[in-house]
Ligand binder design. Structure first.
Ligand SMILES: Nc1nc2c(c(=O)[nH]1)N[C@H]1C(S)=C(S)[C@@H](COP(=O)(O)O)O[C@H]1N2
Ligand SMILES: [Mo]
Length: 297
């Protein structure tokens, strides 16, 4: 028998092996011995092939480190992610500061496979680990006045060299309408491929909103604020004619400088068609009834 040293096994292989194992458990669950939901990761990608761990962790947009996607992995090693606290504040009955360890033990960590569509026209399929944003929001109890959730990335130019650039108004800010944040798909990710979240992907905790362009999924969050008015994101300030608050994936609404009809799945050669709401129409379209979808961007 050929021995494989553990250093030759990629995280991807370990993960896929574990999933095979869990599928086995799923079969046992089907005969009623254990509950299937406790062992099978939820797949919201339509069974599409996962993007490789290598691509997910070496082709990154994280402007706090660099605007060069291939440089982010190495530069982000400088980030200290422990200890890390997330402050929840604003229009809530129960504000508080939560350590990431606390959040991870308080809320069951689920696996969710989502497509990620960047506004630049590329996409990936990523197996996240995390918990619904709704779980945390329910616990802090938003007051009736709260209409939006504003989220902020860490500000630490000593470790995030990109924050020395004057092009952007740091720190990175993003936001959702409260009902968007409460949607079942909206996730706080704390890991991917069954491992802790790599720094370049937004360690130790980042937002994932799979029906919106990737820039809405803010990384390395330190503050969550419930507010009455629509927050202004970093991208709305940087280029108001190009980036709006909603930014739902919509193949019919071109970016001012390029079409959004197609995308390149990382690892594939031919472009594929971009789907309305990135393929999550069934889950989220009711959030926007009565709104002009062409204007959302
Ligand atoms: N704080 C912060 N969050 C961010 C970004 C960023 O530059 N800074 N880039 C966004 C963009 S444009 C995309 S496409 C995704 C990329 O996530 P990934 O590197 O995990 O694939 O993160 C988003 N979140
Ligand atoms: Mo992006």
């Amino acid at each position: 028998m050929v021995k494989i040293s553990s250093s030759e096994i990629t995280p991807e292989e370990v993960y896929l092996d574990r999933r095979k194992f869990m599928k086995g458990l799923g079969a046992i669950a089907a005969v009623g011995l254990i509950s299937p939901s406790s062992v099978l990761p939820k797949n919201f990608s339509g069974g599409e092939e996962l993007t490789s761990f290598k691509s997910i962790t070496h082709y990154n947009n994280f402007y706090e480190f660099s605007t060069d996607k291939e440089e982010v992995a190495e530069l982000s090693e400088a980030l200290t992610t422990s200890p890390w606290a997330v402050e929840v504040t604003g229009l809530v009955e129960k504000p508080g500061k939560f350590s990431v360890d606390d959040l991870k033990s308080r809320y069951t960590q689920e696996e969710r496979i989502y497509r990620l569509r960047c506004v630049e026209g590329w996409s990936m399929v990523i197996p996240w680990t995390g918990f619904p944003v709704a779980s945390l929001l329910k616990d802090v109890q938003p007051t009736p006045k709260a209409k939006f959730v504003k989220m902020t990335t860490l500000m630490r130019p000593s470790e995030m060299k990109g924050q020395k650039s004057w092009w952007y108004e740091w720190p990175y800010v993003e936001g959702l309408r409260l009902d968007e944040a409460m949607n079942n798909l909206t996730l706080f990710a704390t890991g991917l491929y069954g491992k802790d979240l790599p720094n370049q992907n937004g360690a130790p905790i980042r937002l994932v909103v799979p029906w919106k362009y990737g820039f809405k999924s803010i990384k390395s969050i330190v503050k969550i604020e419930l507010v009455e008015e629509m927050p202004t994101s970093l991208w709305m300030k940087a280029a108001p004619s190009e980036y709006g608050f909603y930014s739902n994936v919509n193949p019919e609404v071109p970016h001012p400088r390029w079409s959004q009809k197609t995308e390149r799945r990382i690892g594939e050669f031919r472009r594929r068609r971009t789907l309305m709401f990135n393929g999550y129409e069934e889950e989220v379209s009711s959030l926007y009834t009565g709104m002009d979808l062409k204007k959302l961007f």
